[in-house]
Design a protein around this ligand. Structure first.
Ligand code: FES
Length: 574
């Protein structure tokens, strides 16, 4: 197979002419024949003024290029789209698959022998892993790294667990407008990704656990010299990958995904991580089994004392030894023979782990933060294809709870009514949000963290059972059931709930049930009318999304991006 500049020639009907023309144009940029004969390492640049989390990307690109050249390769930087959580309408998840397609096709269509994927903000690393899994050119992930912590009145602050907590205090009248403004300036004190175990940190850890990023690279803060050195090392390793791989198909195996599920449970990872991992696995034709994930969670405890499940932040995780040190604690639950982009196996990552005396961030299995894993998967007549709860960030007293449903038809309906003093709601009720799933909203927004109604907040209520077909930020805390599948908009049972019905949550038994008899449910099912598709769904990307997005248990990928899916029949896939 051709390499370097000769790879993937543009089709003019004459390969010799195609190469001649390509070289003529690249020489316009001043490259020598010596440079053009080197292995080419593509560098996906996801810098954007709309993505402050990726503010350090230019420095990382420079360091990756240095590493590539130190190892005899030719670095070629190229842009892809970039997505920031707070700058994407209607939600970043709506655009993840677009970025995955962009990444895949840019890797496939340009002449690179390997690629460095620089990502970080929540949906970017998932999109890059999805694209790389499909393109199957040797690829290595370089996370941008987490922010440093902020400080306010002697207290450490972290985006965005404390964003939500302090905004809640403001809504409850415990923090005035001046105070909340000052907090706003301190919550994200540096560039980089959110420094709690939100989705960005989770996905950086997942990339490392999958063997797709260098050891220790997930937790190094954005601002540190170690981050730059890690970028240089990544560039060097990307050149090694051009020679003998491994390719993503050799790294992203069943064993690697099981390792990633195990790490996801042990770090107290984001529920979004489960959806993204499912999507990446789907690109390799591998199914993430929710029941297996739950079994892993029963056996593997949460070991990482990090917000929102614990107390510390990502920079403390880094100084405690990072993910390699944590993985050493659960070595017996990992397949250490899994290959990695570093050229060996996962065992090498563990062997490199630094032993930090006296650290309290990474717990041992004998003294875990939580006795079971971060997440549990639920089933029942409300969620025939599953739902998930982050039990490590939930209130223990609500893990078995039966309450009266208070239903919101949509995100807009919830926004309009949640703080209405006339809303009929009590602390023991179950807040229900529907039509916020992959097709319903669209894009399955992070609306699953329904705010506690203001009047209850003012009574001191801190948590309630909340259920939805939406997602939730990995940084959030609460007894919140998410990803109810199938979603309401396609006729899932969540569409049948009425305010006043009783709902039972039983996390120890892994059940979520609507306590309405089957005859009544059948009547409601017969009367069900699907809501109209979201505005704009008649064309373009929104139309493509509406027609082809899969449900949460399938990773919310587009059906035509999953190998064999369309051939097997779109209807059967639903
Ligand atoms: Fe970018 Fe949190 S907003 S990682």
């Amino acid at each position: 197979m051709s390499k370097g500049m000769r790879k993937g020639l543009t089709s003019y009907g004459d390969p010799g002419f195609s190469l001649f023309l390509r070289k003529a144009f690249i020489k316009a940029a001043g490259y020598s024949d010596d440079a053009l004969d080197r292995p080419i390492v593509g560098i996906a640049n996801t810098y954007s003024d709309f993505n402050p989390c990726h503010g350090n990307v230019p420095r990382l690109v420079e360091a990756v290029k240095r590493g590539v050249m130190l190892n005899g390769g030719l670095p070629m930087e190229f842009p892809t789209i970039s997505i920031h959580e707070s700058f994407a309408h209607p939600t970043s998840m709506f655009l993840r698959n677009l970025m995955a397609i962009d990444t895949e096709e840019m890797i496939r269509s340009q002449p690179m022998d390997s690629v460095v994927l620089i990502g970080g903000c929540d949906k970017t690393i998932p999109a890059q892993l999805m694209g790389a899994a499909s393109a199957d050119v040797p690829a290595i992930v370089l996370p941008v790294g987490p922010m440093l912590v902020g400080h306010y009145q002697g207290e450490m602050l972290g985006a965005c667990t404390d964003c939500r907590r302090l905004w809640g205090k403001h809504r409850a009248g415990e923090m005035d407008a001046d105070e909340i403004e000052r907090v706003n300036e301190r919550l994200a004190p540096t560039q980089g990704t959110c420094m709690v175990m939100g989705t960005a940190s989770t996905m950086a850890c997942i990339a490392e656990a999958l063997g797709m990023a260098l050891p220790g690279s997930a937790a190094i803060p954005t601002t540190h010299a170690d981050r730059i050195r890690s970028a240089e090392d990544t560039g060097k390793q990307a050149v090694a990958l051009t020679k003998s791989g491994p390719k993503p198909s050799e790294v992203l195996t069943q064993a690697a995904f099981r390792n990633a599920m195990t790490v996801l449970q042990a770090i107290g990872g984001s529920t979004n991580g489960l959806v993204h991992l499912t999507a990446v696995a789907g690109r390799r034709g591998i199914k993430i089994d929710l029941d297996e994930f739950d079994r892993i969670g029963r056996a593997v405890p949460v070991l990482l004392d990090l917000k929102p499940s614990g107390q510390h932040y990502m920079e403390h995780f880094h100084w405690a030894g990072g993910l390699p040190r944590l993985m050493r604690e659960i070595a017996g639950d990992l397949d250490l023979t899994a290959r990695t982009v570093a050229g060996g196996t996962l065992k090498d990552y563990l062997d490199e782990a630094e032993e930090v005396r006296g650290q309290t961030v990474i717990r041992s299995c004998a003294k875990p933060l939580k006795k079971t894993g971060a997440m549990a998967t639920l089933r029942g007549n409300l969620a025939p294809r599953g739902a998930v709860i982050k039990q490590s960030a939930a209130s223990p007293e609500l893990m078995k709870h039966t309450g009266r449903a208070v239903v919101f038809e949509s995100v807009e309906d919830m926004t309009d009514r949640i703080d209405d003093p006339k809303l009929d709601v009590n602390p023991g009720d179950v807040l229900v949000l529907r039509n916020a799933g992959p097709k319903g909203a669209p894009g399955m927004p992070e609306a699953g963290y329904l705010p506690i109604p203001k009047k209850l907040l003012q009574q001191g209520v801190k948590d309630m059972v909340r259920i939805s077909d939406a997602r939730m930020s990995g940084t959030a805390f609460g007894t919140i059931v998410l990803h109810i599948t199938p979603e309401a908009a396609v006729g899932g049972p969540l569409a049948l709930v009425k305010s006043g019905d009783r709902i039972r949550l039983d996390v120890p038994e892994r059940r979520i049930e609507l306590l309405v008899d089957e005859a009544e449910l059948a009547r409601r099912r017969a009367a069900f009318k699907a809501p109209p598709p979201p505005p704009g769904s008649d064309r373009g990307y929104a139309g493509l999304f509406q027609r082809t997005v899969l449900q949460a248990d399938q990773g919310c990928d587009f059906d035509f991006c999953v190998p064999g899916r369309v051939a097997a029949g779109r209807r059967a896939a639903e």
